[in-house]
Ligand binder design. Structure first.
Ligand SMILES: NC(=O)C1=CN([C@@H]2O[C@H](COP(=O)(O)OP(=O)(O)OC[C@H]3O[C@@H](n4cnc5c(N)ncnc54)[C@H](O)[C@@H]3O)[C@@H](O)[C@H]2O)C=CC1
Ligand SMILES: O=C([O-])CC(=O)C(=O)O
Length: 326
């Protein structure tokens, strides 16, 4: 028997990340190979021509799971009855633009989309914000969607998490699949804190396998934190296929579970855990089960971790101030 289709809303649909993301979602990489989908694509009016081309390519793939594709510049139409939302579209920094200006233009976009989410999406829809500054855009969205469950609004830290895993695997000579209990705390920005203090592989601490704290602090952490900039430098454009892959991982795991494995997600804070104040969207370790994520509790935070987490949290507070004036 064919299942009823899931509605997946995707913004920034004519952009680079979506040129990979849409095709993987259409293939079944989020909900699995038996779940039909309806794609609800949003972009701005100026991008409708390019989006038409993407639509033609999607049609040409003849994906068996795709029941319908809607392409629109109206957020309410795009978010209507959505089960999952990938918010990828945002305004990139242009020449001469200050960080505060970038935060302000994006706050405007996510304010409008927050209202649309509030008015149109299913109440149990799952939202991932990818568009930068991802954590603060997710917070703006939540602020403008008062009737939508805040815990269902998340930001993408998974690309940072995946980058962290790969760097550790290469250095320690271990397989990515064997690494457990890795987490990236904080903001999706160079202040993020990739934390290996609990990370193990095949029963051994990765810190003991590598046995080089200086490499961890002076090479690994900045490599992960500045990886986005390194890709822009090398490719002349920001990471796209890896960002799409991480967004798929995030949503796939949230829906299907992680089997007890930790993953990093930007989630709303309530002020009760790890000394992080409430009212932010912060990278934290979670496990997923039964369509819900759960914060990993009881991790010991040493002095170094405390300092690093606080630094990134401070930046999140500054971004909140610039975007929301509070
Ligand atoms: N959180 C993360 O780990 C990562 C985040 N990013 C961010 O993802 C975003 C998208 O990246 P790309 O696809 O490479 O950019 P892109 O510039 O190729 O595409 C962005 C698309 O969003 C659209 N857009 C702009 N405003 C919109 C609005 N109000 N509603 C709907 N669509 C809108 C644009 O017209 C464009 O088609 C950027 O902000 C980028 O910095 C990129 C990599 C990783
Ligand atoms: O800096 C960017 O626009 C891209 C980005 O977030 C990343 O690759 O992590």
């Amino acid at each position: 028997m064919t299942l009823p289709a899931k509605r997946i809303a995707i913004t920034g649909a004519a952009g680079q990340i979506c040129y990979s993301l849409l095709f993987r979602i259409a293939k079944g990489d989020v909900y699995g190979p038996d779940q039909p989908v309806i794609l609800q694509l949003l972009d701005i009016p100026q991008a409708m021509g390019a989006l038409k081309g993407v639509l033609m390519e999607l049609e040409d793939c003849a994906f068996p799971l795709v029941e319908e594709i809607i392409a629109t510049d109206d957020p309410v139409e795009a978010f209507k009855d959505a089960d999952a939302l990938f918010l990828v579209g945002s305004r990139p920094r242009s020449k001469g633009m200050e960080r505060a200006d970038l935060l302000a233009v994006n706050a405007e976009i996510f304010k409008v989309q927050g209202k649309a989410l509030n008015d149109a999406a299913k109440r149990d829809a799952k939202v991932i914000v990818v568009g930068n500054p991802a954590n603060t855009n997710a917070l703006t969205l939540a602020e403008h969607a008062p009737d939508f469950p805040r815990e269902n609004i998340t930001a993408m830290l998974r690309l940072d998490h995946n980058r962290f895993l790969s760097q550790m695997a290469a250095k320690a000579g271990i397989a990515v699949r064997d690494i457990e209990k890795a987490v990236v705390w904080g903001n999706h920005s160079p202040t993020m804190f990739p934390d290996w203090s609990n990370t193990v592989a095949n029963g051994k601490k990765v810190a003991d396998i590598v046995d080089d704290e200086t490499w961890y602090r002076d090479t690994l952490i900045p490599t992960v934190g500045k990886r986005g900039a390194a890709i822009i430098e090398a490719r002349g454009a920001s990471s796209a296929a890896s960002a799409a892959s991480a967004a798929i991982d995030h949503m796939h795991d949230w829906i299907n579970g992680t089997d007890g494995k930790w993953v990093s997600m930007g989630i709303p804070t309530d002020g009760t855990a790890y000394g992080i104040p409430e009212g932010l969207i912060c990278g934290m370790p979670v496990t997923c089960e039964g369509g819900k994520y759960k914060l990993v509790e009881g991790i010991e935070i040493d002095d170094y971790a405390r300092k690093m987490i606080d630094l990134s949290v401070e930046e999140l507070k500054e971004e909140r101030q610039a975007a929301l004036g509070k």
